[in-house]
Design a protein around this ligand. Structure first.
Ligand code: ATP
Length: 239
């Protein structure tokens, strides 16, 4: 469902990604657990066709990110690390605009109402410029989930949310029934929701596999300890 082949990305002299290979099967929840600056957001932006790779190729639902970016964007949902909205629009106007752009029928177009209730976001008639960080994140989550995409690319989905709503988001991911690639710093989120995890460090995948096997192979008690052990074995230099 999601495939990355030898994806690299350089920003000037900084090599943000260095030869990333990845396969995520249909219906799988796959986690990218990474250190700060590891390249997680860059990888998600490339797969969401927001920025081009310097080299390599990727496919989502069988469509090439290089040759068919518009087709890819129509099938997926991308949750950015930092939500950005047209500030003068209200949450409701924004949701209606996305429903119209995605040509959703009437019942699908109102699916966001249930999510707004679940996430306790009643302020949908206020301009988004008045939203707190957590409210912006909740609106961003609703925008990502409500139109039932085939693939969810989620960059730090619980960022800015309190423990109660972080748990709600973890449950939404686990129950989504679609293919999910989620990037996070949270070993807890990755361990709880992802069947497989890749650890990204300084632009490279340094380990990947079923979550339980990764923990066992590092002789660790949990994914947090696994991450610290494996990253600790790597040098500090970016390739
Ligand atoms: P964090 O966990 O801190 O959010 P990340 O794993 O998401 O980081 P990226 O944001 O992908 O990492 O950044 C990877 C590297 O690429 C970093 O060294 C960063 O400084 C660099 N980088 C990212 N975007 C740009 C850009 N637009 N221009 C220049 N360098 C960039």
């Amino acid at each position: 469902m999601i495939e990355a082949k030898r994806i690299s990305k350089s920003y000037g002299r900084v090599k943000a990604l260095d030869g990333i290979d990845l396969k995520v099967e249909s219906g799988e929840i796959f986690g990218i657990l990474g250190s700060n600056g590891a390249g997680k957001s860059t990888l998600l932006k490339i797969l969401a066709c927001i920025v081009p790779p310097t080299s390599g190729e990727g496919w989502l639902c069988g469509r090439s990110i290089l040759k068919a970016p518009t087709g890819v964007k129509g099938l997926i949902s991308y949750l950015p690390e930092v939500p950005s909205f047209p500030d003068k629009l209200t949450g409701r106007e924004l949701l209606e605009m996305v429903a119209s752009l995605r040509r959703l029928d009437d019942s699908a177009a109102h699916a966001w109402e249930g999510l707004a209730k679940k996430l306790d976001l009643p302020e949908l008639d206020a301009p988004t410029e008045t939203y707190s960080k957590g409210m912006r994140q909740k609106l961003s989550i609703i925008l990502a989930f409500f139109h039932e995409p085939k693939v969810l690319l989620l960059d730090e989905p619980t960022s800015g949310l309190d423990p109660k709503y972080s748990r709600v988001i973890r449950q939404m991911i686990a129950q989504s029934g679609v293919t999910v690639l989620v990037s996070t710093h949270s070993a807890f989120l990755a361990q709880e929701t992802c069947s497989r995890v890749a650890i990204l460090h300084r632009g490279r995948i340094i380990a990947s596999g079923p979550t339980r096997s990764l923990i066992e192979s590092a002789s660790a008690t949990d994914l947090e300890e696994t991450f610290i052990t494996l990253v600790g074995r790597c040098g500090d230099e970016r390739a």
